[in-house]
Design a binder for this molecule. Sequence first.
Ligand SMILES: [Zn+2]
Length: 713
Amino acid sequence: MARLLFLAAAIWTSAISAAPVEILPTPKKLELGKGDLTLAKCCVVTAAEAADAAQLLGERLRARIVGQAVPGCVAVTLRLDPHASFAAGLNRDQRPEAYRLTIRPGGVELVALQPEGLLRAAASLLQLLRSEAGVKRLPCLAITDWPNFRYRAASDWLVNVEVNRWAYDWGDGPQKYLARVKRKLDFCFLYKINQVWFDGLGWNVDRFPGYAAMMRECTRYARQRGIKLTFAGYGGGYGTSYQQSDIYRCGYFGQTFFNRRPYPHGPQYSCRGMGRLEVSRAYGTCLSNEGLARAKLAELKRFVAEVEPGFLYLHDIDTGDFVSSQAGWRMRCEECRRRWPSDDIDSPQGQAGAMASWYAQIRDALQPITTAGAYQARRDLTLILISPLYTAYYEKVPPDVWRRELDYFCAMSRLMGPSRNVEFGLRELFYAPGGGKKIPGLRAALDAVGNGHAPLVISFGGGDNYYSDDLLNFSGAMAHFFQGAESVCLSNGGLHEEPVQVLNAELLWSGAAQGYREEPPDEQAARDLWTRLEKGRCRPAAVFGPGRLLERICRRLWGDAAGAEMYRAYTAGGESGDGPVSRVWYSVTGDVRRLQAAALPKGMRWENLHDRWLRRLASTQEALGHARRAAGLTSDEDVAWFARCLEVGRRFGEVMVVATGLRVRPDQAERSSLLKALNDLEMYLRAEFRLEKTDLLGGDPGCWLETIEHLRE
Ligand SMILES: [Zn+2]
């Protein structure tokens, strides 16, 4: 199933210094030279258009930025060359970040086609920088490099899938939050992560006082580093306003629009919707209502102008597969039927025509926006258009479903007309029925249409707090199936998951984990493996074993001693799928919901859940021991927070063992001890943590006390 692509690619050792040269993500080509370059006194030499990269390098190297080389000063030269020969043959997704970095005894040269390429070259240079006795050194070498995917969302900083709950809101207030986000964006810059799942769901600039200004500070900081932050919300549908599900129970943050004609004071009416939910048909789903469209566009325009987002993820009614999307379209109102008479979703007179017309209105309203912060939406904003119809790998009907889905996306692309920075969102997909892989096939079909649109894959493969809370999710090992996507979003890599973010960055930039990737031979094997990856039951020794990539990432992030302990903390529980509990959201709240419902889903038994909590508690205790030792070895705040959250997870774990045990065998004495344990836990949390919410939900700590309340019930 797995294959080592190029064994020797892992580490290059410099012959002179004997120090290992390991850049992550792994560059496409690296030729090691002889000797080192000493940067006693250096200058960053550049022309104006390389400003961001030059400024970042100037700060980190403590070097002056000059227009021309200065005698006696080692030159670190940044140069843009749109016709550089090393990039001949690269495609449109690879070119913007392609670069060549050359370090010779006489100086350093960074060359790229576009300014973003210089940022990536600068990140490689900073990874190579060594300081010995106050002297900065670089190994002599030449790197030629480019990414496999244009946008690599290795980081999902929302705890609750792609929906909400800020991972870096740690209950210590807005200033600490903002400082932490900037530190994390520097981390993304260093590992060439250029798309972050950042906020959702909703477009309300007044969500809390200071929201828009805070978000703008984040998007600008990100933009200087060539990183785009993703903000998610609804274009129509507003499912989180009314859908009953634990992930949606916090409601929608933006304005909820309704179908009213005339808009906004006429009576409410039904149009498109979700099959079994009649109520869904009233929630801003009508595409022929011009007043509704104008109001919605005004909300979006204000959001873009005030927040300066990198990506807008525009969700509509939550019908993902072909059949339910078609059914939703057939529910449209009389006016929509008059305008788009076809019941077929892939017809220009059907849903494709209607959605394309709406999407084009959104694009045309938002792209002209510019701000005083030098933001140009046409250049800096990418629209992600997702649903109705975002596909699922397990769809079976109609028999030619993939052909019909290809036709739908191509029809929409054709009807929208030429425009860059527009992506169609799909879920993870593997092999096509007629051979080959689905996503590359879709990209080829869209390229043949020629309007510049491309797919985005949002991949839920565990570690997403939807399918699992795996802390070391490796589903990115199948990201090469999505080649041809302009963006790949791996929906893990958030709270306590910095090692996964680096691993994801490697998988999305180079297509493998230092040569290792999962290559199931056929569709069934792909699905079986995906299920194992999702649950954290596939951790190949070639990547996760002692001394291999994961451990080296931990050592790189936190130093040798603390990193080794952190590696052991993360790998506690092994491939059992019953790893440590470091977050309350989903890990605990998911099962609390089951306790509240008092009945388990079919096929599940309280005994099994009880046993699982015993195993998870054991993993948590093991991880906690290592994390505490790590916290004694480094002052890194991530390590300290991980240890503190594992302690919270351990205490909740003990409570869950008792609570699930009571379902197996009711016992009055045990019940009293559970209530006492909950009181103790509440006192502990109130004494040890600040629990101040920055965002409305207050990150993971925001659900701690409320979860205790639910357990008391
Ligand atoms: Zn309608």
